[in-house]
Design a binder for this molecule. Sequence first.
Ligand SMILES: [Zn+2]
Length: 325
Amino acid sequence: MAVALIDRMSPNEHVKPVLAEAKSGAIRCPICDEGGEPHFLAGAHYVYRCTSCRTAFVAPMPDEAYLANFYSNYHVGEGEEGNYANESKMRRKHPVQVELVMKHTALRPGRLLDIGCGKGYFLKECADAGIECAGIELSDTAVRFARSSLGLDVIPGRLDQLGAPPVGAETKALSYSLYGGAGQFDTATMWGVIEHLRDPIRMLRATANVLKPGGKLFVQTGIGDDWLDRLLPGVNQWYDPPQHLFVFSANGMKRSAERTGFRLEHLDTWYDISRRRRYVRAIRNGVAACLLRGVAEVCRLPRPAFQMTKFPLGLSMIAVMTKLS
Ligand SMILES: [Zn+2]
């Protein structure tokens, strides 16, 4: 019965048109370059899954102009909260993230770069802890807030697309070293960023370039192909294109590190900000997912109907990588 149910929830009618394209080998996994198979259709976007590393990804990828328009309302407010509704919830995580960085760098994080730093609240936590730090962020409004309201050293742009420094750039600032200067940082962080990128491998290589040999990179993102994803395929909150273009598997994260000049030191596949929250979340997820799965089976729900449910309790992973020399 389980196999029949999985069949019913696996590539459905909506992805049949792209099956031939996948079979022809045209769709390759951006993480490990193996083949991709159609997973499902989410809104207007096809989600594929790598047949090797099991990372899910959107194909074809939306172009830059489409994403720029999509993100035009992200971090848009000039105030503390802006229109980014999850901000206050996310800020509770920052002290724990600083602790994690301290733990894995033996209390010596050195010069830290936060990639996709948003309004800079994590960096503020770092600065308050005495860490020398800088950030880079795509949103101009978020950069303005980080600089003027929090007094942080943040530059606008994308690490994998930085050109010459703009006229008037503060040459003594730590962030100035990002313009062409390789190997300046001891630690880099990417909190909830990598799943939004069109080309995570390119960004990881750019990150390796600005880290010193032996430098640490912390990556936090949602996790797919875990027990929850197998119980409710493609239903958890991370499957949310075009906001999320990737749902990494644990194996996909390991391969990403290997391809970009890092060694994966540590991988926590059910991360939360405290031990209590981690167990509560796992139990709550398990019970809710079994109930949902039961309803789907009893009612013989087709996959598209099943995916109308957005399961908001997907698990997160944290990867700690070390840059090889
Ligand atoms: Zn792959």
